[in-house]
Design a protein around this ligand. Sequence first.
Ligand SMILES: [Ca+2]
Length: 317
Amino acid sequence: MKQFKFRFSILTAAILLLIVFTAQGGSESPMMDLDRLHTGSQVSDAYVDPDKLAKGTYEYDRSQLQYELVWADEFDTDGPVDPAKWHFETGGSGWGNNEPQYYTRGENAWVEDNHLVIEVRKEARGTNPYTSSRMVTRGRADWLYGKFEIRAKLPTGLGTWPALWMMPTHSTYGGWPRSGEIDIMEHVGYDQDRVHASVHTGAYNHVMGTHKTATIQVPGASEDFHTYTLEWLPDQVIISVDGKEYYTYNPARYEADFNYMQWPFDKPFYLIFNIAFGGNWGGARGVDDSVLPQKMLVDYVRVYQSPEITNLVKEQP
Ligand SMILES: [Ca+2]
């Protein structure tokens, strides 16, 4: 491992020098390549060979990364959720967690007073006793690496289970959890003000009880807005609340020689916002539907990417 690291360090340094000289040589910056990673209606073509990644060869100074805004929803226009940025995943089949709510086609989400509202209601839809929303950027936008900031105010009450999270656009490495899942924020009403961050992979997931997770106390999580941030780099995932980092997933911590089973996070992922009510986790200590309706408010979501990381990934030997 060390020999590999040393050899690749020299290569990386040479490439960085080359990038610096190239950038100085012309008036155009290397930032135009951002479009290759911000897919939206385009197709991502950035690719990292998992075998290369397994050597742990990415070298960058995280404190020096410059991030540029590539996508955002400020939720500043009252009315329906922007269909160019989001669509709704609908249905009431339990969503893999025995969740009793039905996700509607947009009736439970709208924009008001400069924020998104997702509302979970005690309202029957077929055999489902509750309705809610699950909105996704899938098909509209996805990203490979970046910084994702979401300013949100969470619902409260026994049974509520809001989440701000990401799933892979394509199941390149197989069905869940092999292609990965990144949970930027989860909160369950029976444990008010404790926020959870997790990743799930083929090797580490909650079904096996091996998923990598961390929690932090966020006093007033349902009374005030707080900023939930994911920084997703080519070799690690860092999650923070209000700038306080409390979760890092770096597969090199657990395996000397890892692959997609530990790190499927080299493919584009999309954003998901939802509120479940009950289910395996949200309902683990029962539900109290007298708390309904409940809302999650999102002031904004902003996605940034770093040209340095874009180039690092692209140029990696
Ligand atoms: Ca806003």
